[in-house]
Structures are given as structure tokens and as C-alpha cells.
Design a protein around this ligand. Structure first.
Ligand SMILES: Cc1cc2nc3c(=O)[nH]c(=O)nc-3n(C[C@H](O)[C@H](O)[C@H](O)COP(=O)(O)O)c2cc1C
Length: 212
């Protein structure tokens, strides 16, 4: 992790205030839903975007401390789209997200390319949509590993996939190229970084940027 001096992020004061917000507002949603069947990829009918009866657009997001959640909710209003949250089976505590601590859970996961933190809810619904916006915070310059758990669990081939993030300053480009490399069969259109406090005009700009 030493090489990834945390701010790949361009602005260390941003990073600091992001960190404070991380500590302040750990947001977790109930995990009553069924646990995912590990190791088995789930597919829709024929997995194609032209599925008869396929719904149009959904926003799927993971958020550790609520920034990406806020943006995801606005994005789902503006698109418009349905919304699904990726809920970790084991919620991230603020200690888990303390990236100044080399051994915190998030850092351990990011240091291990094969880490696939378990998802606690059933997101099978995602297979019913044609266009999928996937949102996450940037961790160490890229997407949290739970996004890979999601992509390993649900076969999104044939769908149009857009990504978005919030961050302390880092862009989404590294994540987009990492995901394209790891999932060459997916139609990943690109990505957009939103400010955590993006307003509806910013969100519209992002949608234009993603779909132009
Ligand atoms: C483990 C960890 C690593 C992070 N790494 C970066 C980074 O490399 N670049 C950056 O700009 N922000 C980084 N951040 C800050 C988050 O991307 C930022 O606070 C984001 O808005 C959090 O979104 P959330 O509230 O949805 O979890 C990191 C945060 C954590 C917890």
C-alpha cells in the first residue's frame, strides 16, 4: 500500500475532510435479505439487453459512509431509475475504514486482489434491467472489492453499464480501466466522478457526460 500514497487523491485537505466524514457518518442498511449463494453466477433469461419485458434503468451502489448513497439517490431521481443498494454482509465500521491504519479491513481488502467481501442482500433484481449505473466510493484509487463481488455474482453481460463514484479527489478512470480489464465481456461505457454534494444540475451534467 506504500506505493499508493493515499492520495492518488489530488488534495490532501479534501482527503482529511473526507476522512472526517467517514468517521462521522457510517451508514448501514439492514441486511435482512437472503444471503447470496457464493460462487454461483446468476443470469437473467438470455442476459441480453433486448430481453422481452426488461425494465429500463437501475442505479446500484455501495456506500461506506453515505456520500455515494446521496449521489445515487439524486441520480436515480434525475435519470429516472430504480435504485438498489449493495449491502455488505458485514457492515463497515469507522475503524474498518480508517485508511491511515495499514491493517484496517478496507486496506487489507484493497491489498488483496482476490478479496471478495460478501454481499448481504439479494440483488437478483438487477438482472431485469437493460441499463445499469454502478456507484461506489474510490478506495486507494479504484473501486472497493465488493463491486467485484457484485460483478462476479450477477452476470451483467449484454447490459449497458455505466459507473460513477464519489471520492476525496481521485477520478474514476483507474477503476474503469481496472474493471474493463477484469471483465472484458461487460459493456462498460465509462465513468463519472461526482462531488459528494453534487446538486441536481451537477447530476444532469454527469448523466450527459456518461451517455454522450
Ligand atoms: C479505505 C479508503 C480509501 C480511500 N481512498 C481514496 C483515494 O484513493 N482517493 C480519494 O480521492 N479518496 C479516497 N477515499 C475517500 C472516499 O473515496 C470518499 O470519502 C468517498 O466519498 C466516500 O464515499 P462513501 O461515503 O459513499 O463511502 C478513501 C476512503 C477510504 C475509506
Amino acid at each position: 500500500m506504500a506505493v499508493l500514497s493515499l492520495m492518488a487523491c489530488s488534495n490532501s485537505s479534501d482527503a482529511e475532510s473526507e476522512k472526517k466524514s467517514t468517521e462521522k457518518s457510517q451508514t448501514v442498511t439492514d441486511t435482512d435479505d437472503k444471503k447470496q449463494n457464493a460462487g454461483e453466477k446468476r443470469e437473467s433469461g438470455d442476459g441480453q439487453s433486448g430481453d422481452a419485458g426488461a425494465k429500463d434503468t437501475v442505479v446500484v451502489y455501495f456506500s461506506g459512509t453515505g456520500n455515494t448513497k446521496k449521489v445515487a439517490e439524486k441520480l436515480s431521481e434525475e435519470l429516472p431509475a430504480d435504485i438498489l443498494e449493495i449491502v455488505p454482509a458485514e457492515a463497515y465500521t469507522s475503524e474498518n475504514l480508517d485508511y491511515n491504519d495499514d491493517s484496517c479491513r478496507a486496506n487489507q481488502e484493497m491489498n488483496d486482489e482476490s478479496a471478495r467481501p460478501e454481499i448481504g442482500n439479494d440483488l437478483g433484481e438487477v438482472l431485469n434491467y437493460k441499463n445499469i449505473y454502478i456507484g461506489f466510493p474510490i478506495w486507494w484509487g479504484t473501486n472497493p472489492r465488493i463491486i467485484e463481488t457484485f460483478l462476479d455474482t450477477y452476470d451483467l453481460s449484454g447490459k449497458m453499464i455505466y459507473t460513477f463514484c464519489t471520492s476525496g479527489g481521485s477520478g474514476i478512470e483507474t477503476s474503469v480501466s481496472d474493471l474493463k480489464k477484469e471483465y472484458p465481456d461487460l459493456d462498460i461505457q465509462g465513468g463519472y466522478r461526482f462531488d459528494a454534494n453534487a446538486d441536481n444540475t451537477d447530476i444532469q451534467k454527469g448523466i450527459e457526460g456518461l451517455t454522450k
